[in-house]
Design a protein around this ligand. Structure first.
Ligand SMILES: CC(C)(COP(=O)(O)OP(=O)(O)OC[C@H]1O[C@@H](n2cnc3c(N)ncnc32)[C@H](O)[C@@H]1OP(=O)(O)O)[C@@H](O)C(=O)NCCC(=O)NCCS
Length: 154
């Protein structure tokens, strides 16, 4: 069974490894972050100093397999989900997205938004199968990559 739990400072090492997962960085176009950057990130969020939320996706047998992020912007929240490459293809991504949807109900948010690279077909499948709708909006990043905007109404 998978659960989403608020990150704690004790999760920093696991979150750091998941955040620097090579496959995840390639799919999200991210660089490596240092342990101290990750510690600052987790500390700011866990101490409530950020408008971002970070929830760890915890399997009851395997422990933390990924995480979900929420960045609040008025009555919408931008959501991101990452599952460690060793744990993919087992339904955790879809489950984590559905849990993120449930977590957002009753928090004054009208919709969750996910901006997903057009090339990231696994993420497109995962968000679609967790109930997200393609809004038809396409964003072009400064490095000319197309991102589709998906949404889930709370
Ligand atoms: C996107 C991501 C979260 C999916 O995690 P996952 O645990 O592998 O996904 P799931 O096993 O739950 O699969 C979700 C859906 O994608 C499909 N899928 C997963 N892997 C696939 C693959 N290799 N080929 C084709 N389809 C695939 C599954 O069929 C499933 O759909 P279904 O349940 O309707 O059959 C994971 O690849 C990831 O963390 N990627 C890096 C971060 C990222 O891109 N996040 C999304 C943008 S924020």
């Amino acid at each position: 069974m998978l659960m989403l739990e608020p990150v704690t400072i004790n999760d920093t090492d696991t979150v750091w490894k998941l955040r620097n997962d090579v496959a995840t960085r390639r799919e999200l176009g991210l660089g490596v972050i240092s342990f101290s950057e990750c510690l600052d990130w987790v500390a700011n969020i866990s101490e409530g100093k950020s408008n971002e939320r970070l929830m760890v996706a915890k399997d009851d047998k395997l422990g933390i397999v990924g995480f979900a992020t929420f960045r609040y912007d008025g009555d919408v929240a931008h959501v991101g989900v990452s599952i460690g490459s060793a744990f993919r293809g087992n339904g955790y991504g879809k489950q984590a997205i559905k849990l993120a949807n449930e977590y957002s109900i009753g928090k004054g948010i009208k919709k969750l938004i996910a901006k997903i690279s057009a090339e990231n077909y696994k993420a497109l499948f995962a968000f679609e199968s967790a109930g997200y709708i393609d809004t038809g909006e396409v964003l072009i990043t400064p490095n000319k990559k197309a991102h589709f905007v998906y949404e889930w109404k709370c």
